[in-house]
Design a protein around this ligand. Structure first.
Ligand code: LLP
Length: 435
């Protein structure tokens, strides 16, 4: 237990993630022009709060980097699949990267254009393939030869042609957390790049399949440009090989993975990456190839916070605990990846502070949201967990029979509940007794 000291959060009033859309005004944290103290009081906590302007700004950072080049951004919607978020990106012109029939249903419910949808994932089932063919998606990112054969069969049964891009595994180290690194040989994703030419030849010979592209996704929360350029180099060498085999591609999909700032990371700006990618494509004679990107986290991560209320302060021998009303079931990243998220008091106090572990009420030692943070807290204070817009609500569950939080979108000085808080009745819906 540390001795009480001055409270840095009350004086600095800065946000580690540095989002310009979540700022202190007169001692209270705001999302755009909405007070988070008022929002928390009005709607209760835990509560996910997103900023519409932050979504638009993240989208604009890609558009500015793209300029007049031929690029389709397919938002990696697994990061945040709330309908209002999807609608916003669809309105801005985004395509979508989906990984399940459920995500396809959401994209269609949001009124998005299926012709801008790419379908990724290692385990696509026949019903999901049928739904995607029915909807008319842009392409399937096929991850194995057995999947290719099943897709050919399903397409033939429907008398349709499936546009296919093979997801190759370029065996590059994305230099990120092992759980979110996907482009190494030992990962389950994609077709090993050395096996790709044979897989492409098979794909070109199968009925119901039309080869259109090549795809890779090497990992997530990447902050270096080098792994992308390594992957691009390997993909372009593969395309050279395919050209010699008479196989012509229309697009190259570099996946998602651009990191954001949680603490003191320097994120990789889309412009820094894309300038290098365009130069490379031009130098290698592939300026005519359409580029597809699948960013998730970098479009939504710092557009959201999770509000939570301090229930109890517990001063144990070894630690101080702030027991809050959000838990690992609401925001799983700390428990799963030991991820670091900024914690901001919504209304900072000038009291003495202490080092706190911010923990939830779930019966697991892994149920923590932040560790060893210098905070001045009282019961009833509201905290904002930063950078919760990506892989937050989408990974939430009902462990310990906890209803999932509501989600709110702020737009200027207005806010909209874009998902109701779950009710206790929702928890037992669909369950029944034995006869
Ligand atoms: N495309 C594919 C094929 C993917 O697997 C992913 C993410 C993306 C695009 C989007 O990647 P992003 O731009 O968001 O990095 N739950 C983890 C992240 C898992 C990422 C899975 N794949 C986390 O909370 O850090």
């Amino acid at each position: 237990m540390t001795a009480p000291g001055p409270n840095p959060s009350a004086t600095a009033l800065s946000t580690p993630a540095g989002s310009p859309f979540f700022n202190y005004r007169d001692g209270t944290l705001f999302a755009e022009s909405v007070s988070l103290a008022e929002l928390g009081r009005a709607l209760g906590t835990p509560l996910y709060v997103y900023s519409r302007a932050a979504l638009a700004a993240a989208w604009a950072s890609y558009q500015e980097a793209i300029g007049t080049q031929r690029v389709l951004v397919c938002y990696g919607m697994k990061a945040n699949s709330n309908l209002a978020v999807l609608k916003e990106f669809a309105r801005l012109g985004s395509g979508f990267d989906i990984v399940s029939g459920g995500e396809l249903a959401r994209v269609l419910a949001a009124g998005a254009d299926p012709a801008k949808v790419v379908f990724s994932g290692v385990g696509k089932q026949a019903w999901e393939m049928r739904a995607a063919l029915e909807a008319g998606v842009k392409c399937f990112n096929v991850e194995s030869v057995p999947e290719l054969k099943r897709l050919s069969q399903v397409a033939c049964e429907m008398s349709k042609t499936a546009a296919v891009s093979l997801r190759v595994n370029p065996d590059v180290d994305a230099q990120t957390h092992p759980y979110i690194s996907t482009g190494l040989k030992e990962n389950k994703f994609g077709i090993a790049i050395e096996d790709a030419p044979a897989a492409y030849q098979l794909a070109s010979s199968l009925p119901g399949i039309s080869v259109v592209g090549v795809d890779c996704h090497i990992g997530s929360q990447i902050t270096e440009v080098a792994p992308y350029l390594d992957a691009l180099d390997k993909l372009l060498k593969l395309i050279d090989q395919l050209t010699k085999l008479g196989i012509k591609l229309k697009h190259l999909d570099l996946g998602g993975g651009l990191g954001i700032r949680y603490d003191d990371e320097t994120p990789l700006a889309p412009k820094v990456l894309l300038d290098k990618v365009f130069t490379q494509l031009k130098a290698r004679g592939y300026a005519g190839l359409e580029l597809v990107l699948e960013p998730g986290r970098s479009l939504v991560g710092n557009a959201g916070v999770l509000l939570t209320t301090v229930q109890y302060l517990k001063h144990a021998d070894a630690r101080n605990f702030a027991i809050v009303d959000a838990a690992m079931n609401d925001l799983m990243r700390p428990a799963l990846y030991e991820a670091w998220h900024g914690v901001l008091p919504v209304t900072p106090r000038n009291d003495s502070s202490a080092l706190y572990d911010v923990v939830g009420p779930v019966c697991e030692s892994a149920d923590w949201l932040a560790r060893a943070r210098q905070l001045a807290l009282h019961e009833g204070d509201i905290l904002a967990i930063e950078s919760a817009g990506a892989y937050g609500f989408v990974m939430a569950g009902n462990y310990n029979s906890r209803p999932r939080p509501a989600e709110v979108m702020v737009d200027g000085d207005k806010y909209y509940v874009v998902r109701q808080r779950e009710m206790l009745a929702d928890l037992i819906r669909g369950e029944s007794f034995l006869p």
